[in-house]
Write a protein that binds this ligand. Structure first.
Ligand SMILES: [Zn+2]
Length: 481
């Protein structure tokens, strides 16, 4: 692969961002930064955005007594501002109220095969929270299993998409990994979902029910698109699908491009089934890969407003800094299963950064300055990065950070064992060599950590790559507790 497109899910902007979504952004950013360094700046494209056409947003605005457009704009800006806050390096942020999106979503609708889009009177049980229809079989008590709220009975004439026509093709694509789903347990989940039979789904709403909020259906002003139909198309509308522009050609239609969606487990069906079927109907290229992460719990409990345990990234970043925040989630989130946040664990991980990495960088630079005026030979120590690449290819961020920290711990052990600060009195040449190899390790560590803790990594490289190695302030200062 010569080019990589990495996208994250676009969240509803009915509330402030929480740490669970921040974790997804950080994972995607780590991948972006890794591949960007590996294959050159122009060949990697990172995309994120906000999903603004949902009825959920309209209701949240009404509850807050605000104008809907103002309300979603304010929240979208909060999500957008995560880029500087979390030190992210995405190339674009698309809001689905933008013209380029609305035009592109309408183009995609019109590009679907005419026989795949048909009108039907539909009666169903709807949850606005999920933006999804449930059947009586799924919810015999007519309560949303996710939100524990009564479902609304809805009857109207809508457009439907002939998902059933794509059952066999989707099965083949997923089975063969032409549409690869990582991890494998999620692939199997989707295969058994297909096995259960795919039903056509409603892709529009009446203007009334949508409260005149959403993307109008081309050629039928009485209907707006089902929010998922328009939201999923952001992955191409942001690339200028409307005009089939340069970005679209480069990152979506080119054989040399690898298209990756990074999402949470709750929305896999939309990305692995609905979205590819829509693209197949329109005769467009599919994503190559879907990486599915689990959720962040807080001290073992699901984050929820009612429990009052929803954490916002800004509060933690203000306290610990963006590097420590990124480090925590990349190191704590397992490649399978939920990850857990707690304030105590955050303190421990910060202390680890300070005591292991911060100390190593400081001690080595100090010894080299004190004894050799900042200059030691380099290049005697090196280590391959193929394991790191393998971990990143498998979206195993925890493994990646673990591998780098093996070298951090090893370097600290070398200092404790070889004691270069004593050795220098008996055998200065030997001490010089040990310190040279330690400096090599520090540089290797900093390069490897660039995708994980970009600010600190850059600072370490600045201190360790000039004519002389420099001593600086502590990278992770002791916290007053
Ligand atoms: Zn629900």
């Amino acid at each position: 692969m010569k080019r990589i497109l990495i996208t994250t899910a676009i969240p509803y902007v009915n509330a402030s961002p929480h740490i669970g979504f921040a974790m997804e952004l950080i994972q995607a950013d780590a991948a972006l930064r890794f591949w960007r360094e590996k294959i050159g700046a122009t060949e990697v494209y990172g995309l994120r955005g906000s999903d603004e056409n949902s009825l959920k947003n309209v209701r949240a605005a009404e509850n807050a007594g605000e104008d809907v457009a103002e309300f979603v704009k304010r929240h979208a800006e909060e999500f957008e501002s995560l880029q500087p806050l979390l030190d992210l390096s995405f190339d674009d942020f698309i809001r689905t109220r933008e013209k380029r999106h609305i035009d592109g979503a309408q183009k995609l609708w019109s590009a679907c095969k005419p026989e795949d889009v048909y009108k039907k009177t539909y009666k169903g049980l709807y949850c606005v929270g999920c933006e999804i229809f449930y059947t009586e079989i799924e919810c015999p008590d007519r309560i949303c299993p996710d939100h524990q709220k009564p479902l609304e009975e809805v009857e109207e004439e809508n457009y439907f998409f002939k998902l059933s026509a794509y059952q066999d093709e989707l099965k083949k694509l997923i089975e063969s990994d032409a549409l690869k789903i990582v991890p494998k347990s999620r692939k199997n989940e989707m295969l058994s979902f297909i096995e259960g039979g795919l039903e056509d789904f409603s892709i529009s709403r009446s203007q009334e029910r949508a409260k005149h909020w959403g993307v109008p259906v081309p050629g039928d002003d009485s209907q707006v698109m089902y929010v998922w139909f328009d939201a999923l198309s952001n992955y191409i509308t942001a690339l200028d699908y409307e005009n089939e522009g340069e970005l679209y050609q480069k990152y979506w239609t080119s054989d040399e491009s690898h298209r990756v969606h990074m999402i949470g487990k709750g929305i896999l069906r939309f990305h692995a089934i609905y979205w590819p079927a829509m693209l197949l109907s329109a005769g467009l290229e599919l994503p190559n890969e879907i990486f599915v992460h689990d959720y962040i719990t807080v001290e073992g409990e699901k984050m929820s407003k009612s429990i009052g345990n929803v954490f916002h990234p800004k509060d933690i970043v203000d306290d610990f800094g963006s590097d420590a925040f990124r480090y925590f989630f990349l190191r704590e989130m397992p490649s399978r299963g939920d990850g857990d946040y707690s304030a105590a664990r955050m303190e421990e991980r910060y202390a680890e950064l300070a005591n292991q990495l911060g100390n190593l960088v400081g001690r080595v630079a100090t010894m080299i300055n004190k004894n050799f005026d900042g200059e030691v030979p380099s290049g005697a120590w090196s280590q391959k990065t193929d394991k790191l690449e393998k971990a990143m290819k498998g979206y195993d961020f925890k493994k990646y950070v673990d591998l780098v920290f093996e070298v951090v711990y090893e370097a600290n052990e070398v200092i404790d064992k070889e004691k270069p600060f004593k050795l220098v009195k008996d055998d200065p040449e030997a001490a010089k060599k040990v310190l040279g190899e330690l400096a090599d390790r520090v540089r290797w560590i900093a390069e490897a950590l660039t995708p994980i803790i970009p600010t600190a990594a850059e600072e370490i490289l600045k201190r360790y790559t000039g004519d002389k190695i420099l001593v600086g302030d502590p990278l992770f200062p002791r916290r007053d507790s």
